[in-house]
Write a protein that binds this ligand. Sequence first.
Ligand SMILES: [Zn+2]
Length: 490
Amino acid sequence: MSTHCPGLRPLSLVLSLVAAACGTSTASIGIDDPSPDTVGTAELTSSTNSTCAPSTVRATYALGGSILAPWGVMQGYVLVKDESIVGLVATRDAVPCGAAIIDTDGVIAPGLIDLHNHVAYNFLGPWTAPRPYGNRNQWQNDPAYAAAVKAPYNAVKNAGHLCQAQKYGELRALMSGTTTIQGSIGYACQNGWVRNVESYVFCQDKIRQNVLPVTGLTAADATKLIQQFDAGTTKAYLIHLAEGVDDASRAEFDHLKSLGLLRKEVVGIHSTALTPAQLTEMGQAQMKIVWSPQSNLALYGATTNVPAALAAGVKVALAPDWTVSGTNSLLAELKVADRINRQQWGGLLTDAQLLEMATTVPAEIAGLSEKIGRILPGHAADLVVVKRNGKEPRRALIEAEQTDVLLTVVGGQAMYGDVTMLGTLGVSGFDGVNVCGQDRGVLVRDATVANGGAETLADVVTTLTNDGAPLWPLSGTCPAPVMQAPAPTP
Ligand SMILES: [Zn+2]
């Protein structure tokens, strides 16, 4: 998103406002109510005899459906004004006057937060590794990987088109309900679509990432990092840790420890090779893990010992890694995690916990839990709406296919979704995109992005295609495969 403060993006919404008569009776329920059916930042006035409520809360629009609220599922409306959520109300009558209303008949969830990706690679489709590897160095040095992945990536890079690659990857994320992502390339061409968590977000820049091997970290690097941790200028440091299944992978943890970097700010991406004893040390240090099961299984035939990590008190977020060895999106990765949970771990994780791994936990890891990850007044209006399909709402989100995504909202701005809903919200200038046979709209052009903000989706596709890129459709495979690699042995 754009980086001016305190706002995020100038809203381009031109709303068709709903004019309605207003009633007189008053109801007010505070945010501390244990099972509220109405929550707002100010007293709400509602009427049983009107179609809207006069209110001190000013909402621009309201989305109705099954809301995944912090206290549970709530039938009602999420009120949005500018970049923020300003209230939750149980009935249409309680929606403040003047707000446009959409009854989505779907599930309204916090936007998904993807804390591990390599966004600019995500124009590529899945790569089938010729053999299981022991660690990340092995596949990175495999000629098969070089030919299938590095060659097309470098062709785009050498043509100077990584901005287009980054944009394509961000659009893919948006189309699956992701509103915040990690692993961007840090060029001026980002900040227009999903939030880039390691960039300047919410007027702060306190997240660092390192894609290089842990073993490359020096004592001087560690000293600098520890100073940043102690000063509070770095809240999260994300690094690939123990990615593999062999002793060399495990030794990365020992190196980190020798540098004094078993710190609560350090987030171990993957941590696949770690032993229960090492995970216990992580827990004692209040470290975190980002878990990418599909990528782990595709490359190594095994994944992180999440039950041991959780038992040790390590916070675990879920993320897709990238399209090359992982999944199309965090929404797709939820299905992989769900299957492993049910088939390998006896349902250890509840549906609520699985969804927390994609919302509240990554928000907390990123130090942004007061801004994103929950549907609460005062939080950014980062939302995803999916079809309910007659299911329990949390299950509906876990099982949602790409075609089930009806709307993705970032900072109050509807960025992607059903074209009728976009129209109701007054969104114009979106590009049409076909998702597994269904028409959707996606806001690609962004005048606030200096570098390439005027490009259409067709422009981006043409640019990458002319570079010889084997473009994987933004919708991935229809329907998405649940898991592309063999399930791990228990
Ligand atoms: Zn990675």
